[in-house]
Design a protein around this ligand. Structure first.
Ligand code: ADP
Ligand code: MG
Ligand code: MG
Length: 499
């Protein structure tokens, strides 16, 4: 309190941390109450910090920024201060990570479950259909993945009404921001070391974030399981990637900490330069590939021609370790998420009752569009639902009145297309005041946050080598926005201050 008063006298801070804390139990302080002068200083320091520490992305306004490193960099969109988050929920999310890792692995082994679950979607969604075709081919030739690597990110929101931590989705392909996410935690710690006392925030309450080292270590261990010290990790990338620094943090860590080399190629380049040896080894140029790490290939736009599909097939047929394999990819689809939420389905894959109930506790309401009662309710009260197609990468979901219209249209057309979507209970997290930084400009707004927990899983036959959470990513978006993608321009990167 005394500190607040001192600052009030200086006229730089108008806030009462104590009050906010006791009222909501969430916000450690009303960041909108911080005086302009202090905000200005912190914004300046944050922008310098980002530039000096590589918390950067390619600048949209510079043409080559997505292809040439070192050209047209801008600080990543970030929140100025970490968002308050209850420690118990954070721990809960971390504890769920190894359970979801194991679940994905189990589901991936059940080819019939994957094919059955997606069989109707296959008829109406060309993209999912192509993925399933690759999967079927692997089943036909009896392809086995003895060494399986998952680098996932499970995303959650804290539902205000029920006080439950509910899962938004599980990402099993191209889980991004391990690299930049760590840096945001460091940025916030650095700011709080300097200004925290004035703000009533303690830098030690921002948990350490080992996301990039955790991912790199799992990749390195997978590489080492492959047992060829000359082989490389192949990173599959998009031809243009403004989030390349997030990826470079990972490859740099691999090289410097683990002495593992990486090669970056697009699917088109892999189609041209990739060779499958008779024994199944994958070569790119004259380098043997130990691990294929996908940072592309999750969206239809990643396959503009047949060349990209044949590259994906080539990789899948090879003996390289895939992160993810086609089965892991499919296990992360929204339709599978919805199927797993049905009664008695988890029981097929998870033995321990205790684990089942932990998993189930974080499941939001999930329904197929065959559920007439739910569809009727969603038409009447669309604001309570989100309609999701089988897509990744943000910007694909349907909200609000569009839910009603889309459902009515599907009903009118009596079309099979319903199988392309799922319905999900709309989760409403509490809003809190935030200061968002984008393009060097700060913006005060009310915001909601989504917590992602990174996790790594590596297994060789019966031996589980890695199964753990490894760091987190908070994403914060203005509360009036439906979607949450950072790259898609909806959200900023954030970290957490535990309460
Ligand atoms: P994607 O794979 O494209 O990221 P998501 O399921 O994560 O798809 O949805 C994108 C965004 O939409 C999320 O980051 C979140 O902000 C919002 N969203 C998704 N599902 C819900 C939900 N059930 N309730 C509220 N918001 C949601
Ligand atoms: Mg996703
Ligand atoms: Mg998402």
């Amino acid at each position: 309190k005394a500190k607040t008063l001192t600052l009030n006298r200086r006229g730089t801070l108008r806030m009462s941390c104590g009050k906010m804390e006791s009222e909501s139990g969430r916000a450690a302080g009303d960041v909108h109450g911080i005086g302009e002068e202090l905000v200005g200083k912190m914004v300046y320091d944050a922008l310098v910090w980002c530039s000096l520490h590589g918390l950067v992305v390619g600048d949209r306004s510079v043409k080559r920024s997505g292809t040439s490193p070192g050209v047209g960099m801008v600080h990543a969109p970030v929140s100025l201060l970490p968002v308050s988050f209850p420690e118990s929920y954070w721990k809960q999310a971390c504890e769920l990570a190894p359970l979801f890792n194991e679940l994905v692995d189990r589901v991936s082994l059940d080819a019939e479950f994957l094919q059955d679950t997606l069989s109707r979607t296959k008829k109406v969604d060309a993209f999912t259909s192509r993925l399933l075709d690759i999967h079927s081919k692997m089943v036909e030739i009896g392809k086995k993945e003895d060494i399986r690597l998952g680098l996932h990110r499970s995303d959650y929101m804290l539902d205000e009404q029920t006080n439950l931590l509910l899962q938004i989705e599980m990402n099993t392909i191209s889980s991004s921001f391990a690299g930049l996410g760590c840096l945001v935690s460091e940025l916030h710690r650095s700011l709080l070391r300097q200004y925290g006392e004035h703000l009533g925030l303690d830098h030690k309450r921002v948990p350490g974030n080992p996301a990039v080292s955790g991912f790199a270590e799992a990749l390195a261990k997978a590489w080492s399981e492959y047992s060829n010290p000359r082989a490389v990790v192949l990173i599959v990338v998009q031809p243009e990637e403004r989030n390349m620094y997030d990826q470079h943090w990972l490859s740099t860590n691999l090289r410097e900490k683990h002495n593992v080399r990486t090669v970056r190629k697009t699917l088109a380049e892999i189609e041209k330069g990739g060779v499958l040896q008779h024994d199944g080894r994958l070569l790119i140029g004259d380098e043997e590939v130990a691990v294929v790490y996908f940072r592309a290939g999750y969206a239809p736009a990643d396959y503009p021609t047949e060349a990209e599909w044949s590259a994906r097939l080539l990789i899948e047929q090879s003996s390289a370790i895939k992160c993810p394999s086609i089965s892991y990819h499919l296990a992360g689809t929204k339709k599978v998420q919805q199927e797993l939420a049905k009664l008695n389905v988890l029981e097929r894959f998870v033995e321990k009752k205790e684990d089942i109930s932990k998993l189930r506790k974080c499941f939001a309401g999930l329904w197929s569009l065959d559920d007439a009662e739910i569809v009727k309710d969603a038409i009447e009260r669309p604001e309570l639902y989100v309609m999701k197609p089988q897509r990744e990468g943000g910007g694909n979901n349907i909200y609000g009145d569009d839910v009603r219209e889309s459902l009515l249209r599907l009903q009118r057309e009596g079309s099979e297309e319903t199988a392309a979507y799922i319905l999900m209970q709309r989760i409403s997290p509490a809003t809190s005041p935030a200061i968002l930084l984008r393009d060097g400009v700060s913006h005060k707004d009310h915001a909601v946050s989504e917590l992602g927990i990174f996790s790594a899983y590596l297994r060789s036959n019966d031996k589980v080598i890695v199964n753990d959470q490894c760091g987190y990513l908070m994403r914060t978006k203005v509360s009036s926005s439906d979607e949450g993608g950072v790259a898609a321009g909806f959200a900023v990167l954030d970290s957490i201050h535990l309460t």
